[in-house]
Design a protein around this ligand. Structure first.
Ligand SMILES: Cc1cc2nc3c(=O)[nH]c(=O)nc-3n(C[C@H](O)[C@H](O)[C@H](O)COP(=O)(O)OP(=O)(O)OC[C@H]3O[C@@H](n4cnc5c(N)ncnc54)[C@H](O)[C@@H]3O)c2cc1C
Length: 167
């Protein structure tokens, strides 16, 4: 089967997109320039707004978030000597969920692995080619790894035509 969609980057956006596409029966490949440890160890977000919580549920990757996430109905702003409560639930009807982005990323990676989805780490020089020619467009990249029996830098060129799948 021909890969239909190429996604550049395995942050939460790329991983979530691949999962949503998978649920629609659309095959994809993710190309990530860093390694998995780096992506998983990158500490960033921790507060998920309602829309993202809903989308993770829709993507069927919300089980652990439902168990371990902390629901907050508001927050406080300190000004001078006073604390001011901002009641999100009262004013918007929504809450936020405290659940680390690294955990969201891990859940999405696990979902990707569970379906045997293609995810290439350390993909170097990722570029989209043939966009303006008659040839089918493709994503090209170079793989890189190091190990005792492998060359320090291996650069097979791969092509992934996918125009026909979009039509
Ligand atoms: C300090 C901090 C706190 C934050 N707090 C919150 C919060 O509380 N709540 C919230 O909702 N959001 C928060 N955010 C925002 C949230 O982290 C981002 O919205 C989220 O990371 C965006 O995900 P993304 O997948 O679009 O991009 P990224 O997470 O940046 O992922 C992009 C990926 O693409 C890869 N990549 C880039 N270029 C290439 C290339 N040419 N070839 C191959 N791979 C490539 C990168 O290595 C990376 O892994 C915070 C961000 C920061 C920095």
């Amino acid at each position: 089967m021909r890969t239909q969609v190429g996604i550049i980057g395995s942050g939460p956006s790329g991983l979530l997109l691949s999962q949503l596409l998978h649920l629609q029966g659309i095959d994809s490949i993710i190309l990530e320039r860093r390694n998995q440890d780096y992506v998983l160890g990158r500490i960033r977000a921790g507060v998920l707004e309602q829309g993202m919580v809903n989308m993770l549920r829709e993507a069927q990757v919300a089980d652990r978030m439902e168990r371990e996430g902390l629901i907050h109905e508001g927050f406080e702003i300190a000004f001078g000597d006073r604390r001011h409560r901002i009641d999100l639930k009262k004013h918007t009807g929504h809450t936020v969920t405290v659940y680390g982005q690294t955990e969201v990323t891990k859940d999405l990676m696990d979902a990707r692995a569970a379906i045997g989805g293609q995810l290439v780490y350390e993909a170097q020089d990722v570029r989209i080619e043939e966009l303006e020619s008659d040839a089918p467009p493709c994503i090209n990249w170079a793989a890189q790894w190091s190990g005792p029996e492998q060359p320090k830098c291996h650069r097979p060129q791969r092509r992934w035509p996918y125009r026909e799948s979009f039509s």
